[in-house]
Write a protein that binds this ligand. Structure first.
Ligand SMILES: NC(=O)c1ccc[n+]([C@@H]2O[C@H](COP(=O)([O-])OP(=O)(O)OC[C@H]3O[C@@H](n4cnc5c(N)ncnc54)[C@H](O)[C@@H]3O)[C@@H](O)[C@H]2O)c1
Length: 323
């Protein structure tokens, strides 16, 4: 067992970010990918996210001494902002850059990928059968002590525990997109997870710059999405029923709570396709006349116009001028 070895199953948007943040903080990281074509999709992500992380760390130097710095520094990269200086950030930049270039490997062979791993983080597409199949295939290849976690956003660990061959060492460790800035780690066991391994995952999360957020029981949507999804639905309902427009709804929220962003700015970050997919999962979205139906129709109109959010330069708000 190599306590510094981290393996990520899947090299998509989140898998890549998870592997890179672990590498940045000194772990030896192996991405297991299923095919050569996956390599050609993952390599550009490794390059892009490494650059974004280092760029944000570099920019953080200008925030030292600025009272607003505490709100904007890359929290997943800098563990102690209060004691950060331009010099300490420069050193961190250099060590992080070295780690990112030296500590990241790609492996197609399953046994070689997970050999001696301390922790294996499954971050494959949200496909129940594919996850079951992969857990079953890796079952006999993992070291006895290896911890296995899933980054699944919508599926519960109890759905998969029996396929892992190590239910007591299996749980959810759920990260957020742009992990180096939004450093949440929601940690959720299933009834068979042992407290010893739960605690090990908490310590691991801290060691890679995350803030561990502990769930005491299984909850679909964890903590964040259990609050965020109903909040965003309520805002969309006000819009779809013609009560108020997105600008006014966001302004109300920001003025009343001092929050930096309102629900429609958040929807632009999440992406309107994701909002639409969540909407379409509700039976009421397919019944004409319901609020959910109206929301789905309006979201679809915007998606068809290419107004899918921040990544597209336009969603509910226009981001083209801030480039
Ligand atoms: N994107 C997000 O904002 C986000 C945030 C938190 C958690 N998650 C979760 O992370 C996981 C991955 O999401 P993502 O956004 O990175 O997805 P993605 O579509 O970007 O990447 C999915 C990865 O899984 C691989 N994959 C798919 N099927 C496979 C199979 N059968 N065998 C092996 N590899 C396979 C793909 O090649 C790809 O590398 C999901 O469980 C998702 O719920 C996503």
């Amino acid at each position: 067992m190599n306590e510094k070895k981290v393996v990520v199953l899947g090299g998509g948007v989140l898998g890549t970010q998870i592997g890179l943040i672990a590498a940045f903080h000194g772990y030896d990281v192996t991405f297991w990918l299923r095919s050569e074509s996956s390599i050609s999709r993952t390599e550009p992500k490794i390059t892009r996210y490494s650059e974004l992380m280092l760029e944000d760390l570099d920019k953080a130097k200008a925030l030292v001494g600025n009272p607003m710095g505490a709100y904007y520094y890359p929290r997943g990269l800098v563990k102690d902002w209060n004691s950060a200086t331009v010099e300490s950030l420069s050193e961190l930049y250099e060590s992080g850059k070295k780690n990112l270039s030296e500590n990241v490997h790609i492996e197609l062979d399953k046994a070689a990928a997970v050999k001696d791993a301390y922790i294996v983080i499954e971050s494959m597409a949200e496909d129940v059968q594919a996850k079951k199949d992969v857990y079953t295939q890796f079952n006999d290849l993992l070291d006895e002590e290896t911890i296995l976690v899933t980054n699944s956003s919508t599926l519960l660990p109890s759905m998969f525990a029996e396929y892992t061959g190590r239910p007591e060492k299996y749980l959810s460790l759920h990260f957020a997109n742009t992990i180096w800035k939004n450093n949440t780690a929601e940690i959720m066991g299933h009834p068979g997870t042992s407290s010893e391994y739960y605690d090990k995952v908490v310590a691991f999360a801290v060691s890679i710059g995350m803030v561990p957020l502990l769930l005491h029981k299984e909850q679909p949507g964890y903590i964040l999405n259990s609050m965020l999804v109903p909040f965003l639905s309520a805002a969309q309902g006000l819009w779809a029923n013609g009560v108020a427009d997105p600008e006014t709804i966001d302004l109300t929220w920001k003025l009343a709570t001092s929050a930096p962003a309102g629900p429609f700015a958040i929807l632009d970050i999440v992406g309107l396709e994701t909002a639409y997919n969540i909407n379409q999962m509700k039976p009421a979205a397919h019944q004409e006349g319901t609020t959910e139906y109206k929301i789905g129709k309006l979201l679809k109109e915007k998606i068809d116009k290419g107004e899918t959010g921040v990544n597209a330069g336009k969603g509910f708000f226009d981001y083209s001028k801030t480039e």
